[in-house]
Write a protein of this length. Structure first.
Lengths: 211, 211
DNA sequence: TGTGATAGTTAGAAGGTATAACAACGCTGC
DNA sequence: GCAGCGTTGTTATACCTTCTAACTATCACA
């Protein structure tokens, strides 16, 4: 399983290409990402880059995969350190704020034709599993809602997780509420409004306990 | 104030250009929007289109403005027809589903350098005002939260609306919760999950009453 | 040490945005 | 009615992009 020197070199170059790609994306967004410009930055000329990525789409797909992986790692690390829902929210929020365009590469505007490769949906499920875990340990004194019973009938996506439907519901709400505030904040839609988005997030998630 | 025949013709051509632009965007997203292709569809060749829009950016800006205007009109129409929060949610949801890429043009991934023109932020405020109106007439039996008092101190963005801070809070939560579910749904992130997003939206908004 | 896969090069096709220079049309004022 | 001018269209062009083709040089390995 040891890698040949060629493979090692190849992997290094691929990483360097992606590093420059992330810089361009952070600076001007995905549309401004130019393979030519990256190639020059890396020190090779134009088409040589196609030895490492079949094209623009494959490079972007690799970036999306890395972003998903990074997010899942952050979430699992936080959970591993004993974080509950507030701690997980902090982890996701920090991850998103550290590079908004990376967050939007995962959760932003989709390209109509694009279908995510299977492994990213697997990573997505991995994140969801952690959220459900954290939700399952929260106290639950509310009666089941209509959506809870609906969820009970459509819980295949939880991948056999044993948590009650109410926990799945909570995980979904956690995800959508956090994303709702976070994406609007990062997109600048709270522009003129002077309130602190963190407080809104905190309250949105606190309300989760009361459902 | 009557418009000359030239102005009328010019306005018609601009509309036709935007019509084709929307078709391209709906089909393949903003990145695939090509001025050249649009020009050919309209029946003129290439650079002639620059007589009507100074460039790609100006065309897209015009589309964003129209999208904002259309959304605001839908919201106001629903409100004018007596809709409360559930009705407003339906209106926004229907508007978004009728053309997801139009929704994402307004609320999707932002371009790092881009600053929205002033009139669109005005329209955004117009929408917000309607939401606050609807929230103000909802019964409110909850004690004020910490975020409520924070909002009371930072309510300039509500543009002098007389509603109590709790109503502003509710309007913000309505907006962020709806956007959270809607954008994830439209982006396909509920892919494998078989639950009905409408039920989740309904429950997220019902929980608004309990804060 | 020879040989073949790999990594790089330049050339070029196809298509994009955008500008410049020019022709033709039509509205407007006299 | 008609001269003149602004507007709308054209083609040519510059420069960018992605991506393929053909060719060369290098490096690992038998």
């Amino acid at each position: 399983m040891s890698e040949s020197p060629r493979e090692r070199y190849r992997a290094q170059v691929r990483e360097e290409i992606k590093r420059h790609a992330w810089e361009q994306i952070a600076a001007a967004g995905v549309p401004a990402l130019s393979l030519n410009a990256i190639a020059k930055q890396v020190g090779m000329s134009g088409p040589a880059l196609y030895r490492y990525f079949a094209g623009r789409d494959e490079l972007i797909t690799a970036l999306i995969r890395d972003a998903y992986r990074s997010l899942a790692d952050s979430v699992r690390a936080a959970r591993g350190a004993g974080a509950g829902l507030p701690g997980l929210a902090d982890a996701i929020r920090d991850w998103a704020r550290s590079d908004p365009q990376r967050y939007f590469l995962v959760y932003g505007t989709p390209v109509p034709g694009y279908h995510a490769p299977g492994d990213t949906t697997a990573i997505s499920g991995e994140i969801m599993a952690v959220l459900i875990d954290a939700c399952a340990e929260e106290p639950d004194d509310e009666p089941p809602t209509p959506f809870d019973v609906h969820l009970e009938a459509h819980r295949e996506w939880a991948d056999g997780h044993p948590a009650p439907a109410a926990a799945l519901h909570r995980a979904l709400s956690f995800w959508t509420r956090l994303h709702g505030v976070l994406s609007l904040e990062l997109a600048g839609h709270f522009g003129g409004m002077k309130f602190d988005p963190d407080l809104l997030i905190a309250e949105e998630l606190a309300a989760l306990r009361r459902r």
